[in-house]
Ligand binder design. Structure first.
Ligand SMILES: Nc1nc2c(ncn2[C@@H]2O[C@H](COP(=O)(O)OP(=O)(O)O)[C@@H](O)[C@H]2O)c(=O)[nH]1
Ligand SMILES: [Mg+2]
Length: 586
């Protein structure tokens, strides 16, 4: 008893794990709205989750074995033969014969779940003493499919199958390889693991005995394996009608022989399936099979897109880099004030690092730069982001408003830069979009607004790269130009004069002599002149080492390098989903 409970608990746990996996898959698919197959796959996942719900509900209940197959193949006759009651499910030539799901079970409440989910009108319960051998199994016959009531019957059949554990697929032996029948069953069969599938070729009494065993059955077995890509637990030939209590053969259509495998089928149901505890394993098999089937479907669909999406991703990255390059070159060409701004920032760096009289003068000079000519450049340069974003939105509305484009064109290099960026993307986008569409992306990707990097995102990315590069270059130049030795050399002359004048003053003071004001005026000018001289020299050195154009060029080349290295295109659904679909294929 304990063992049974433990194994049941373990099974419930595994069922939950399967459920979580399928839910994860559904969530992934939900994020792939642009990839068209995702809708259908998501539907399958949801359907599978519903089946798992049913399965969890009936975990403790009897194994549900369902007969399915084309109309007239002999499902009802087979059920009657298995039940040992000729009248259990209506069979015959006049269509429709079976209009309801017929449930053969021991007690009426064995069929309760079916009644609840299919509706009482669609279920006929045949609780019978004849079912005494079926301790743990419920047998179901399904309604006709190709009758006038097909519309009404098909949903019932689907629902019944979703609540089944084992499928017995019945084929008409006189014409077993009917494509439409195998195709009709194919999507339903996929819900079951091979272990839980039985194929019965009925009416074998109509076929020549030796042909049946030597040719028909082996060929049929191969055919089924190919059509459904599954290995059923048994493929048997039966003559259901011969096994009725009263077969009532027509005189002109008596059986051609008495050979069949009905007993094997019956044993399978009454002995194997009927074992207690058997249902838990069967159900887990089905659940695992369902998960595997969904995972394979998703992987298979994603793999089909691989070459197209890989090409699209490669081209997107290349297009972005090329567009970035063009944008940056325009930026560089046009904006001379940028260099002035960079120059001011360099002086700010140095002012912070330098000590001594030259350091004070540097700080003063930086102030003057900022307040004077520098201020406009600093603002414009200090916030390229705002300029970029303004230009982006201007260019983005290209189609709607010529006025905005004119404004962008009239603007500085940044406007042209973004314009160049967008037109570079616009040139390459149609080809990329076609590749995406070949990878079954929605045709809405043709819209240029879908192109990665189109719009604000690229402005932000650019400003990010820009600011990083600028800070690094400035820090580097600042460090190089603030070495201790350099500071010492340039401060030394002023310090020497200061010390000398100080020395003379102090010595004179203690000698009792008071120096005249001429001395101090002279000393002051000597200090000022030398300080200015040193500062001019230092400016020369700064210009040589990090001339403003040189520094600007450095920043640009660093920006360009970083931009080329950037592989990701942030906030772009197309880019992200193309990657996600590729990842599903591995
Ligand atoms: N010769 C022969 N006829 C059968 C056999 N099984 C069923 N039939 C006949 O095929 C017809 C359709 O059977 P039925 O059970 O109603 O098929 P269903 O639509 O699949 O339920 C009936 O006339 C049956 O008597 C069989 O094993 N041999
Ligand atoms: Mg029937």
């Amino acid at each position: 008893m304990m063992d049974a409970q433990m194994s049941r608990l373990r099974a419930m746990g595994e069922l939950e794990a399967v459920r979580t996996d399928i839910q994860g898959l559904t969530q992934t698919l939900e994020g792939l709205g642009l990839w068209q197959p995702s809708a259908g796959l998501k539907r399958s996942c949801n359907e599978a989750l519903r089946i798992l719900d049913r399965l969890a509900e009936r975990f403790d209940r009897k194994l549900v074995v369902t007969l399915v197959g084309p109309s007239g193949s002999g499902k009802s006759t087979l059920l009657n033969a298995l039940a040992g009651d000729d009248q259990l499910s209506p069979a015959g030539h006049r269509r429709p014969t079976t209009e309801h799901v017929v449930v053969f079970c021991r007690r009426a409440d064995d069929a309760q779940q079916l009644v609840t989910h299919l509706g009482p009108d669609n279920v006929r319960i045949r609780a019978s003493g004849a079912a005494e051998k079926l301790e743990n199994v419920v047998l179901i016959d399904t309604p006709d499919t190709d009758s006038t009531h097909q519309e009404r019957h098909l949903p019932i059949i689907h629902k019944a199958i979703a609540m089944s554990d084992v499928l017995v697929c019945v084929f008409d032996g006189e014409n077993p390889k009917r494509r439409d029948h195998t195709d009709l069953l194919a999507p339903l069969v996929r819900l079951f693991s091979g272990e839980n599938l039985v194929v019965a070729v009925n009416k074998c009494d109509r076929l020549d005995e030796s042909e049946l065993t030597a040719t028909i059955m082996p060929e049929f077995q191969r055919y089924i394996r190919e059509a459904w890509s599954v290995e059923p637990t048994a493929v048997v030939y039966v003559s259901a009608r011969s096994r009725l209590r009263q077969p009532q053969w027509d005189e002109d259509a008596r059986p051609r022989h008495a050979r069949d495998q009905f007993d094997r089928l019956q044993r399978l149901i009454v002995e194997t399936f009927n074992q207690s505890g058997f249902s838990v394993d069967r159900r887990l098999d089905n659940a695992r099979n369902l998960r595997q089937y969904l995972q394979e479907s998703v992987r298979g669909a994603a793999q089909m897109e691989q070459p197209h999406l890989e090409a699209a991703i490669r081209d997107m990255a290349a297009a972005k880099n090329e567009a970035m390059r063009q944008a940056l070159s325009a930026f560089q060409d046009h904006d001379a004030s940028l260099s002035a701004g960079i120059n001011v920032r360099l002086y700010q760096q140095l002012a912070q690092r330098w000590l001594g009289p030259v350091g004070w003068l540097l700080a003063l000079w930086t102030r003057i730069l900022v307040l004077g000519t520098g201020i406009a450049a600093l603002l414009r340069f200090g916030n390229p982001v705002r300029q970029l974003l303004g230009a982006v939105s201007a260019v983005r509305h290209f189609a709607e408003s010529k006025k905005d484009v004119d404004a962008a064109d009239r603007g500085t290099g940044t406007g042209t830069a973004l314009h160049r960026y967008d037109s570079a993307i616009a040139r390459t986008w149609p080809d990329i979009a076609e590749n995406l569409i070949k990878g079954r992306f929605s045709t809405s990707v043709r819209d240029i607004q879908r192109a990665p990097g189109h719009g604000d995102a690229i402005g932000q990315q650019l400003s990010h790269i820009w600011n990083d590069a600028l800070e690094e270059e400035l820090a580097r130049a600042g460090r190089k130009l603030s070495g201790g030795l350099l500071q010492l050399i340039f401060n030394l002359p002023v310090l020497a004069i200061l010390s000398y004048a100080g020395w003379l003053t102090v010595v004179a003071f203690f000698g009792g002599t008071i120096l005249g004001s001429d001395f101090f005026l002279h000393a002051f000018w000597a200090v000022v002149l030398v300080l200015f001289l040193c500062f001019f020299l230092l400016q020369g050195v700064i210009r040589l080492a990090a001339g403003k154009h040189r520094l600007t060029r450095r920043v640009f080349s660093r920006v360009r390098e970083t931009a080329a290295r950037q592989r990701d295109l942030p906030d772009s659904p197309v880019w992200e989903q193309a990657h996600a679909v590729l990842a599903l294929g591995v």
